[in-house]
Write a protein that binds this ligand. Structure first.
Ligand SMILES: [Zn+2]
Length: 487
């Protein structure tokens, strides 16, 4: 998104190669020296505009900006003020602009500005005892001072964790103390934004050279560095020729493609353990541990400006697997069959309900939308639902093949999951708010002024013109009615 926007701005404002560039991009994957250079140019006033992700939000000295334009609602009030606050330093007046997208939260905020102006910003909310986060804390603490036998970190006993770090060659156990022996400085490898490990480097091999031009974090690698992908830096395109997954390297060459690429990925969940559940006659809502498999199955080539689809490619990468926590809803099978004329319509209803519920859950849990994932599928993980090219829901296996849903037990499950390995504590508060979630989602969908469904309520694709004489919006409301009913 940053790169495409940068290209469009550069096409208009940087089209004279004799003049210095006025537009630059800034995001996480850039090398530190490139980022420092852009921040320096901003401070010096030699750039007119920087297109950035939230990488520019924290801890970067960029001097005084005059205007901050947000491309869509960042998802939280705190995030919005944080970004607007980057403009207008040193007591100068500044302008903050929010360009609302067609998504439900954006539309809600622009229709209800008092929500934004009157509410106090959210508190940051993570679970400090989440295993991977705690491990990073313990690493950094051990670097500062040796741990003593029986010592705790907060409320957590540490024996097992210290033994693990000893196995990893990070700590050394001697007498009653655990000493730091690794030669690295642990805080360098702790990301404030992600809990996954292992970055990928992007190596430019144009004309036989071997030059590292970017660094991509593990969780984005599968979505941006598959073979055939167009990788953009400052809106200039490189094509990925080869991806060495185990070596964490992507080899790219310069290209002149007039399209960019967008990965097609599928997520499938399987319930491993249920922590708590509430059974109503028409539905079950539960929370527990799930196994998530995410597969990048292919990619689309999208032409600039027209955004038309000009081709597809296949991707062959290892599945991304993780355990995390989720909450889920299932409708009672007989009531579900009675409420719909076909299972396909029920599936459309589940997909539309999931889209709306996902947006409302992000708002209610005070998290950003990408912190939560959503999926509709079979609870046992045999199929998942996706929206096909014609705008209808269909059930698929992970290999992308259609799964017949007519001749088997039909128990579609709507999942909202914590999008971090191990979970960072987002689903427990959502489970406690499960009734409010369904009620607010129903209010959102039924108050939407569209007829059949739209991006501001049940999603952009289900409401395509090809779906005539039947309303995906109504199907979604029927599903929400079942899931929220107490009788
Ligand atoms: Zn709508």
């Amino acid at each position: 998104m940053v790169e495409v926007l940068t290209k469009y701005l550069k096409d208009v404002l940087d089209n004279d190669p004799r003049k210095p560039a006025r537009i630059a991009a800034y995001r996480g994957g850039y090398l530190p020296n490139e980022r420092r250079e852009t921040a320096g140019q901003l401070r010096a006033g030699s750039l007119d505009c920087v297109v950035a992700t939230n990488a520019l939000e924290l801890g970067v000295d960029i001097g005084a900006l005059d205007v901050c334009v947000l491309n869509g609602f960042p998802g939280t009030i705190a995030g919005t003020w944080q970004r607007w606050g980057r403009a207008g330093r040193r007591n100068r007046p500044a302008l903050g602009i929010l360009v609302a997208s067609s998504e439900p939260l954006d539309q809600y905020v622009v229709r209800n500005p008092q929500f934004f102006m009157q509410r106090s910003p959210e508190r940051a909310c993570i679970d400090p005892d989440q295993l991977l986060i705690l491990m990073d804390h313990v690493r950094c603490a051990a670097f500062e001072l040796p741990f003593q036998e029986q010592e705790r970190f907060g409320s957590q006993p540490l024996a097992e964790m210290l033994a693990y770090l000893e196995d990893q060659g990070v700590l050394h156990h001697e007498g009653t103390q655990w000493h730091w022996i690794a030669d690295s400085y642990p805080a360098n490898s702790v990301s404030l934004r992600s809990v996954a490990e292992g970055n990928f480097v992007v190596v430019d091999t144009t004309e036989g050279q071997q030059k590292v031009i970017a660094e991509v974090d593990y969780s984005s690698a599968a979505l941006t560095l598959y073979e055939g992908a167009i990788y953009l830096i400052q809106a200039s395109p490189w094509q990925v020729e080869r991806l060495d997954w185990t070596g964490r390297k992507a080899f790219v060459t310069k290209t002149k493609a007039d399209y960019y690429t967008d990965a097609i990925d599928y997520s499938k969940l399987k319930i491993l353990e249920c922590f708590e559940e509430e059974r109503q006659p028409s539905a079950i809502c539960a929370r527990g541990e799930v196994h998530l498999v995410r597969r990048v199955a292919g990619y689309k080539k999208i032409r600039y400006y027209s955004h038309e689809n000009v081709g597809y490619g296949n991707v062959n990468l290892p599945d991304h697997e993780m355990h995390t926590t989720a909450l889920w809803w299932q409708a009672e099978p007989e009531r579900l069959e009675a409420a719909f004329t076909s299972r396909e319509q029920a599936l459309d209803g589940f997909l539309g309900a999931a889209y709306a519920l996902h947006h409302v859950a992000a708002l209610v849990s005070l998290s950003e939308r990408q912190d939560l994932g959503r999926a509709v599928g079979d609870a046992g993980g045999t199929w998942f639902a996706t929206v096909d090219g014609k705008g209808r829901g269909s059930a698929k296996s992970l290999t992308g093949e259609e799964v017949a849903i007519s001749d088997r037990r039909f128990a579609p499950t709507l999942f909202l999951y914590d999008n971090y390995p191990g979970g960072i504590g987002l689903t427990a508060p959502l489970y406690d708010l499960r009734k409010e979630l369904i009620t607010r989602t129903r209010d959102l969908v039924s108050a939407c002024s569209c007829k059949l469904g739209c991006p501001a309520c049940v999603g952009p694709i289900l409401a395509s013109d090809e779906v005539r004489g039947y309303s995906p919006k109504q199907a979604s409301l029927t599903v929400l009615q079942l899931l929220g009913s107490t009788d």
